[in-house]
Write a new protein. Structure first.
Length: 92
C-alpha cells in the first residue's frame, strides 16, 4: 500500500463526514509528523492494539565494500524498530 492508497482508503471510509482527500492528506501528514516527533523525544511511541515504535541505535562497525572487498567504516546510526501488538501479530 502506498501513501496515496492510504489517503484514498481513509477518504472513502470518512466520506459521510464530508472530509475531502486534501483534508485527509493533511491529517495523515500531521499524524506521521507527530509520531516522528514523539519517537525522537520519548524514544518510543505506542499505539494500543497496533504496536510500539522504538528508537534504536546501531553501533559503528566495520563492513566490506562488496565490489572490491576492501574494509570500510560504517558510522553509528539511529533507526526505528516496530513491535506489533499480539492481536496484530496473530492476524498476520
Amino acid at each position: 500500500m502506498t501513501k496515496q492508497d492510504l489517503i484514498d482508503a481513509v477518504a472513502k471510509k470518512t466520506e459521510k463526514t464530508g472530509a475531502s482527500k486534501t483534508a485527509v492528506k493533511d491529517i495523515i501528514d500531521s499524524t506521521f509528523d507527530e509520531i516522528a516527533k514523539a519517537i525522537k523525544k520519548d524514544k518510543r511511541f505506542q499505539v494500543p492494539g497496533f504496536g510500539t515504535f522504538t528508537l534504536k541505535t546501531r553501533k559503528a562497525r566495520t563492513g566490506r565494500n562488496p565490489k572490491t572487498g576492501e574494509p570500510l567504516k560504517i558510522k553509528a546510526s539511529k533507526t526505528i524498530g516496530f513491535k506489533p501488538a499480539p492481536s496484530v501479530k496473530d492476524s498476520l
